[in-house]
Ligand binder design. Structure first.
Ligand code: SF4
Ligand code: SF4
Length: 381
């Protein structure tokens, strides 16, 4: 077999946090130490070898890099300090870029120097659309006086305008994930056949769909996280953030249906159970983000490092949660100008969440779920 190493790929993995890759001397301690790795063709040793040889297709189109939950047990025990946990995390970030489209946007999301541009895009879009469509529906919104009219954010930025931006944006994101997900499933299946990880020759999408509910349950219960030794404490903040997002997704969907189905728009009473769910989810998001931040700051960098994508995800989680909660608190405190301004900032962050989702670390939610579902389907436990 003629090996054709992709040197550019090796360099990129090193720049994404896998700079210890070449230290590996293939002892296999990591594959023995990993609490999640299956007995048949275990990871991460084989990925370390393939990545250090520059065999891009063997690692990027490999479901196993997604089965890893970055617990760090392997990195702690590696006798060479090769940090396989970090290398696998770098491979996942590379894979996210490979399966997303357009590639240029993926490069921008990975580049810290482009962050101001990425934030400026939604800021300007909302400004232009708002101005063109008479954003200031209520021209007196800045002159709000305590005890006067109720603060209604849709008076500042009309709800249908917000949805005019977010509905097409969401559809684009779904299309990007559908395209990437289909390609991803085919690739990981071919890799599994090639490496002898499955005896299923053809990819059966119905079989994948049947495996899905079992995997969702495992993800919600954080079963894999709980098998970790080194970083088991990550399970709780991860769960808070995950349930926070799920709760806010449910709330947004209900408010959308109520607005367009029953022509009823907010603000809703604080006694409304959907409002409770919104508040609890927002608090869960902020709490989870703060604990993640604390853990990242205090982590031992000789065992595990944090990359730009780790920090930017925590930053986005906190920005979303805090801007949402502060928007509501200032509304209840009758601080009109501040509340409208915070609402605008909140919309900018929500746009960032959606528009950059297929390229950010948050895309792991999609690809890891697919990889775990495939592994369940392929009986790779
Ligand atoms: S990463 Fe470390 S533990 Fe794993 S095979 Fe390489 S040297 Fe051994
Ligand atoms: S980081 Fe944890 S889950 Fe990932 S390969 Fe290492 S031991 Fe296994």
């Amino acid at each position: 077999m003629l090996l054709e190493p992709d040197v550019k790929f090796i360099k990129e993995i090193e720049s994404l946090g896998g700079d210890t890759l070449k230290k590996c001397f293939q002892c296999a301690t990591c594959s023995v130490a990993c609490p999640i790795s299956p007995d048949n063709k275990p990871f991460p040793r084989k990925e370390m070898i393939a990545a250090s040889w520059g065999l891009k297709d063997r690692v990027v189109k490999n479901a196993d890099i997604w089965l890893c939950h970055n617990c760090g047990d392997c990195s702690t025990l590696c006798p060479r300090g090769a940090k396989p946990g970090d290398v696998l995390a770098a491979l996942r970030m590379y894979a996210i870029k490979e399966y997303a489209f357009p590639k240029k946007l993926g490069e921008m999301v990975s580049d810290p120097s482009k962050l101001p541009i990425l934030l400026a895009i939604p800021f300007i879009i909302f400004l232009i659309v708002g101005m063109v469509c008479n954003m200031f529906v209520d021209p007196n919104w800045l002159c709000f006086s305590p005890g006067g009219d109720e603060i209604v954010h849709s008076h500042f930025f009309n709800s249908w305008l917000v949805d005019l931006i977010f509905v097409p944006l969401s559809l684009c994101v779904v299309a990007v994930f559908a395209r990437g997900g289909y390609q991803f499933l085919n690739d990981i299946h071919q890799n599994a056949v090639l490496e002898g990880k499955t005896d299923k020759k053809e990819l059966d999408l119905l079989g994948i769909a049947q495996a899905f509910p079992k995997v969702v349950l495992k993800i919600l219960k954080h079963e894999k996280f709980d098998q970790c030794g080194e970083n088991q404490s990550r399970s709780t903040p991860h769960m808070l953030v995950l349930f926070g997002f799920i709760g806010l997704f449910i709330v947004t969907s209900i408010f959308f249906v109520v607005l367009y189905g029953f022509q009823t728009h907010g603000p809703y009473s604080q006694f409304n159970p959907v409002k409770w769910l919104a508040n609890i989810s927002g608090i869960a998001l902020v709490m989870g983000g703060l604990v993640m931040l604390k853990e990242r700051i205090s982590q031992d960098t000789s065992k595990q490092i944090s990359t730009y994508k780790d920090w930017s995800l925590i930053g986005l989680v906190l920005a979303l949660g805090l801007s949402g909660l502060l928007t509501e608190m200032t509304r209840l405190g009758e601080l009109a100008a501040l509340s409208y301004g915070l609402y605008y900032i909140h919309l900018v962050f929500v746009f960032c969440l959606f528009a950059y989702l297929p390229f950010s670390k948050l895309a792991h939610l999609f690809y890891r779920t697919l990889a775990m579902t495939y592994s369940e389907y392929a009986n790779r436990q």
